[in-house]
Design a protein around this ligand. Structure first.
Ligand SMILES: [Zn+2]
Length: 443
């Protein structure tokens, strides 16, 4: 439960198709069980779960008005609205079904055939993108509804049991932007031919020469910068490493090379976190997944257990990839974010236990949803000013629910011609994450 100091009894009344929450003062909250009525109609669906994916016109943007305070929410199942009685509050929107639908990834599970060019469930196929509620943490809105209704029934406000947390994460897709020399030449060609930018080409050329003379670090080698910024704001960064080997699919760097080992050693000595970035080819190949994980574990030694990370390219298919993470005894996956938007792909900004729809059981794995990936935010809001304002918006939304704000910023996207303007905000954005105005009073 997410609230302090709450004692409740819960029961499902199958006769009346109502979920009942009983408070210790005898008052009750009833929630209409929308899925009960659906059982027969949807019996043909070959899953053990009642209900189906809501249609776009079933999605309603509603407002809950209690004591002159309004709370907007997204109704997915049932009808918006409520009835309030002396000892009872009856909610017509089925927020239980809505939460289950969002948290379990029901629509992704039900449509395995929907794939983008990287084999991922495409953003555009999701209900949130189609009905335009990607920026709304639907489930958090429901939790807040419960908090307000219960507070009213009890004549005493409940507080949240949690605190706002921030996670600065970095997927290390490459260690060198300008090595080997062939890659540097490709960059140079890109500056000249694709970007048609002579000035950038000269910068790249200069960086290449200097980095080969080892006078200057490779532009992707900004690990110390990331750690300096995080430390300035009292945080520890989370670095997720890919552990491929030469000859394997999508090989980028050798985790066993002295250079990479030194970087990892440096990160560990500064007490920042090391995590796992499962390579592009791992979905559907558990053997490769565990082989890579073991390589990372070996580099880190037995005194630091690898517990968290993310799939490269956010290649997370459910239920398989969640099962892989769970079977490998990893504790936290943080791949659940949109590829092209900032927002709440699972409708929540809290780390939460994963429910496996295929097995019909809760896994030990926790999902820590990714809220802002710099690449997605820039795709959605290319203008630097919009990029920054939307970042602030995302932080404020998560803060409102004392949630977990998870940022992904790649080490390759700081000293990069495409990123110069946006990366200039990096420190300011991390600062804002940690010092943003607390909106708790405005709730
Ligand atoms: Zn990656």
């Amino acid at each position: 439960m997410y609230f302090k100091d709450v004692h409740l009894e819960f029961e499902v009344d199958e006769q009346t198709e109502i979920y009942k929450f009983k408070l210790d003062n005898g008052k009750e909250l009833h929630i209409h069980d929308f899925t009960a009525a659906c059982d027969e109609n949807f019996a043909q669906i070959s899953t053990p779960y009642p209900g189906e994916i809501p249609k776009i016109d079933q999605v309603q943007f509603a407002t809950l008005e209690i004591d002159n305070e309004s709370l907007p929410y997204v109704s997915l199942f049932g009808q918006p609205g409520f009835e309030s009685f002396e000892n009872k509050f009856h909610l017509h929107t089925d927020i239980i079904a809505g939460s289950f639908f969002m948290l379990s990834g029901f629509e992704e599970f039900m449509q395995p055939e929907v794939k983008d060019e990287h084999g991922r469930f495409s953003d555009e196929a999701s209900l949130a993108v189609q009905a335009e509620f990607t920026h709304r943490p639907v489930v958090n809105e429901y939790i807040e509804m419960l908090r307000r209704i219960m507070s009213k029934l009890r004549d005493k406000p409940f507080a949240y049991l949690r605190e706002y947390r921030t996670f600065v994460t970095h997927d290390v897709d490459e260690i060198y932007r300008l090595r080997p020399l062939s890659k540097a030449m490709k960059r140079l060609g890109g500056d000249l031919l694709v970007r048609r930018n002579l000035k950038e080409a000269f910068i790249t050329l200069k960086q290449t020469v200097l980095s080969f003379l080892t006078v200057q670090k490779d532009p992707a080698d900004i690990f110390d910068y990331f750690m300096d910024v995080s430390e300035k704001y009292g945080l520890y960064s989370h670095f997720y490493f890919i552990c491929g080997r030469p000859g394997e699919e999508d090989f980028q760097y050798d985790i066993d090379s002295p250079k990479v080992k030194n970087i990892i050693q440096n990160i560990r000595s500064r007490r920042h976190h090391i995590g796992f970035h499962a390579s592009y080819g791992t979905p559907g190949d558990f053997n490769q997944f565990t082989t890579e994980l073991k390589r990372l574990q070996k580099v880190c030694g037995s005194d630091q257990k690898i517990t968290e990370g993310r799939q490269h390219f956010l290649r997370l298919r459910i239920p398989d990839v969640w099962q892989d993470w769970d079977n490998a005894k990893l504790k936290v996956d943080s791949s659940m974010g949109y590829h092209n938007y900032w927002g709440f792909r699972r409708g929540i900004c809290y780390e939460y236990p994963v429910f496996d729809l295929a097995k019909g059981e809760k896994l030990n794995l926790l999902e820590r949803p990714l809220i802002v990936m710099e690449v997605a935010l820039k795709r959605q809001f290319p203008d630097p000013k919009d990029f920054k304002n939307q970042f602030f918006e995302a932080v404020n939304t998560v803060r409102k629910y004392d949630g977990d704000f998870v940022l992904l910023w790649h080490n390759s996207n700081i000293n990069h011609p495409y990123w110069r303007e946006h990366a200039a905000f990096y420190e300011e954005l991390v600062g804002f994450m940690t010092t943003a105005i607390d909106n708790a009073e405005d709730r």
